[in-house]
Design a binder for this molecule. Structure first.
Ligand SMILES: Cc1cc2nc3c(=O)[nH]c(=O)nc-3n(C[C@H](O)[C@H](O)[C@H](O)COP(=O)(O)OP(=O)(O)OC[C@H]3O[C@@H](n4cnc5c(N)ncnc54)[C@H](O)[C@@H]3O)c2cc1C
Length: 387
């Protein structure tokens, strides 16, 4: 029996496994997709995410293959594009490579990888005891970590999931060539209910993500590339010509983009990363959150294994801390969402950020994980942005 069975080898699962394996635990990772696998993601690594990779001693290896990012260019209808410079440290890197690097490190530290599909969670004496798989039978462990992403099976099976709202959005994207002059800037375009982002990767590739509500996606009825192109042209206006953009490799999609849980812990199990709750991806906080959640999950499990009597208190504390972090990051994301979706606020905030590098730094530090979201959510900062 393993000490810990981690379901999902994304950043949350692989980083949890890496930390636990380095601490000498017997760890199994269960992953349904063969790596390297594509993950729908803007592939932006905030400075906070890079700092978390440094703590895992992976920063140097990641920097060697990633592209440095200078900042973000906000394209708001009715205004000249506004360029905001990142304080430093942000990168872009294809998820195949990022996730592969963390998983390889976990395996090198002694974690065992099983490629299989978790179909159910098993219980014994009122607590989670393992996972039923498609091909490897029942795997048991003293603790299970559900790091199986948005729509997490583990979260569902421990009864932690809130129903998804009907207005959820869907994301479609891929890697494109033929989008010149990004010059290390992520370009963000937004309009009512939709947005798209272009993130320059290394070489002449860029990551393009379009996020739309379900009716828009349904209206594309199979002609998804044309639909994406149309939405990009609509939101980008004259600023960017998509006529020469060509997709390189497969298109990927995911949705509905919503997942809320009541608690990130249950007897015998923790939820980590997107499985513990999902924050609107426009603000690029997901990988940072996944890595920080992994740090907390690993510390909580180590404590529970060392002091079994403390398990219920430390699991409850974990759930509280994760919920609090997610709540404040979701509020920050909701603020940015409102800013970009309501043209009046979008124009006002873009103009203020353009005029005040200090205000822009406060926002970017909070979004990037270098500062608490509260630094933006306090009334003084909100006034400076909006009033
Ligand atoms: C459109 C979009 C754009 C985004 N852009 C960014 C961005 O630019 N920057 C950023 O920081 N964040 C971004 N995010 C968020 C980021 O992708 C996630 O927060 C991050 O991937 C979460 O990591 P994770 O390890 O929790 O989950 P995941 O990366 O989703 O990993 C979960 C793993 O679990 C596996 N799995 C699932 N179910 C099972 C099962 N039943 N059995 C076995 N294995 C299973 C999956 O195959 C997967 O490998 C974006 C998200 C979206 C949707």
């Amino acid at each position: 029996m393993a000490d810990v069975l981690v379901v999902g080898a994304g950043p949350a699962g692989a980083a949890t496994a890496l930390r636990l394996a380095r601490a000498g635990l017997d760890v199994t990772i269960l992953e349904r997709s063969r790596f390297p696998r594509r993950k729908v993601c803007g592939e932006y690594l905030s400075a906070g995410a890079v700092a978390a990779l440094d703590e895992l001693e992976l920063g140097e290896a990641v920097r060697a293959v990633a592209a440095p990012l200078q900042g973000v260019r906000l394209v708001v209808p009715g205004l000249e594009p506004v360029a905001l410079r990142f304080p430093g440290g942000a990168l872009s890197l294809a998820r195949e490579r990022l996730d592969g690097a963390i998983l390889d490190a976990a395996i090198a530290a002694g974690a065992r990888l099983v490629y299989d599909h978790a179909l159910d969670v098993t219980f014994a004496r009122g607590r989670v005891a393992g996972v039923r798989t498609a091909a490897s039978g029942d795997l048991s462990a003293r603790f299970v970590v559900g790091a199986d992403g948005i729509g997490s099976l583990v979260a569902r099976k421990v009864g932690a999931v809130h129903p998804v709202g009907a207005r959820a959005r869907y994301a479609v994207g891929g890697h494109y060539s033929g989008l010149p002059d990004l010059n290390g800037f992520v370009e963000m375009y937004a309009g009512a209910g939709a947005y798209f982002a272009i993130n320059p990767l290394s070489g002449d590739l860029a990551n393009v993500m379009v996020v739309v509500r379900k009716p828009a996606l349904a209206a594309w009825s199979g002609a998804v590339d044309e639909g994406m192109r149309g939405k990009a042209a609509e939101l980008g206006g004259a600023h960017r010509d998509f006529s020469r953009a060509a997709r390189v490799g497969p298109r990927a999609s995911i949705g509905p983009l919503a997942h809320r849980v009541r608690s990130a812990s249950a007897p015998g199990a923790l939820l980590a990363g997107d499985a513990a709750g999902f924050v609107n991806p426009f603000t690029g906080q997901g990988i940072y959150l996944a890595l920080r959640c992994a740090e907390r999950a690993a510390a909580t499990l180590l404590r529970a294994l060392q002091k079994p009597g403390d398990e219920s208190a430390s699991f409850a504390e974990y759930a509280r801390a994760v919920a609090s972090e997610l709540r404040s990051r979701a509020r920050l994301a909701a603020l940015v969402d409102t800013l970009v979706e309501v043209p009046f606020f979008a124009r006002r905030a873009a103009a203020r950020l353009d005029r005040s590098p200090q205000l822009a730094a406060v926002l970017l530090d909070a979004l990037g994980g270098a500062a608490s979201p509260r630094t933006v959510l306090r009334p003084g900062t909100l006034r400076r942005l909006l009033v």
